[in-house]
Ligand binder design. Structure first.
Ligand SMILES: *Cc1c(COP(=O)(O)O)cnc(C)c1O
Length: 219
């Protein structure tokens, strides 16, 4: 199957309110251009350096989403162009993004990453940390970041009910947060293996890599 065919098939399955992020990490420029030529404009990467190189080489109407774990000392490299940072998992990181965005006279849209999986290796905030952050006076003073919603990753497992429960819990955190922050609209959950469940549980943004581009090879 070609990239264009895979994209078409997935887009046909997605309801109009669900945004598709094509996860192009590890994939070369030519492969990304196949998706671009098929109309895809939103791409996700999980390493800042790789995203910068691709941003430099590819058409400038692409929206680049940083979906991976972000190290604070690397925020400066993407602050000029990143469209959405999915993995904001600490207040210190959010403050660094605010600082770097200010240098570029822009506001960077962000998602707060919640820890919903039962795997300790996954990143994210818990409910208590989320509440402490958004209730703090300092949070209200950040003018160069805009919280657009939440992101989460389910446990890597074959257990569909467990995945569903984790997505349900993220949706309920999202609904709770929306009472305090009515402007939030993005719930980023779902990857190649679980996006159908994620959408049933309320996802508005799916991050799909291998189902579009094929399996990844790491060197
Ligand atoms: C790699 C990655 C994806 C896409 O994974 P696939 O299983 O290839 O669809 C989605 N989200 C994050 C955070 C990722 O790192």
């Amino acid at each position: 199957m070609s990239v264009a065919k895979n994209l078409e098939q997935i887009k046909n399955e997605l309801a109009p309110h669900v945004t598709l992020v094509a996860v192009s990490k590890t994939k070369p420029i030519e492969t990304i251009m196949e998706a671009y030529n098929a109309g895809q404009r939103i791409f996700g990467e999980n390493k800042i350096q790789e995203m910068v190189e691709k941003w430099e080489a590819l058409p400038k109407d692409i929206e680049w989403h940083m979906i991976g774990h972000v190290q604070r000392n690397k925020v400066k490299y993407m602050a000029e162009f990143v469209s959405l940072v999915h993995g904001v998992d600490s207040f210190r990181l959010l403050k660094e993004i605010d600082k770097q965005a200010q240098k570029h006279h822009r506001v960077i849209p962000c998602l707060l990453q919640m820890h919903i999986a039962q795997e300790s290796t996954k990143f994210g905030l818990d409910q208590t940390e989320l509440e402490a952050m958004i209730d703090s006076a300092e949070f209200g003073q950040l003018e160069h970041v805009k919280i657009m919603g939440l992101m989460g990753m389910a446990t890597f497992t074959q257990d569909q009910e467990r995945i569903r429960n984790e997505f349900t819990s993220l949706k309920s955190i999202f609904d709770g947060l929306k009472k305090k922050m009515p402007e939030i609209s993005i719930l980023s959950m779902g990857m190649s293996g679980d996006y159908n469940i994620a959408i049933e549980e309320g996802s508005t943004m799916v991050r799909i890599g291998s189902s579009i581009f094929g399996a990844r090879q790491y060197h």
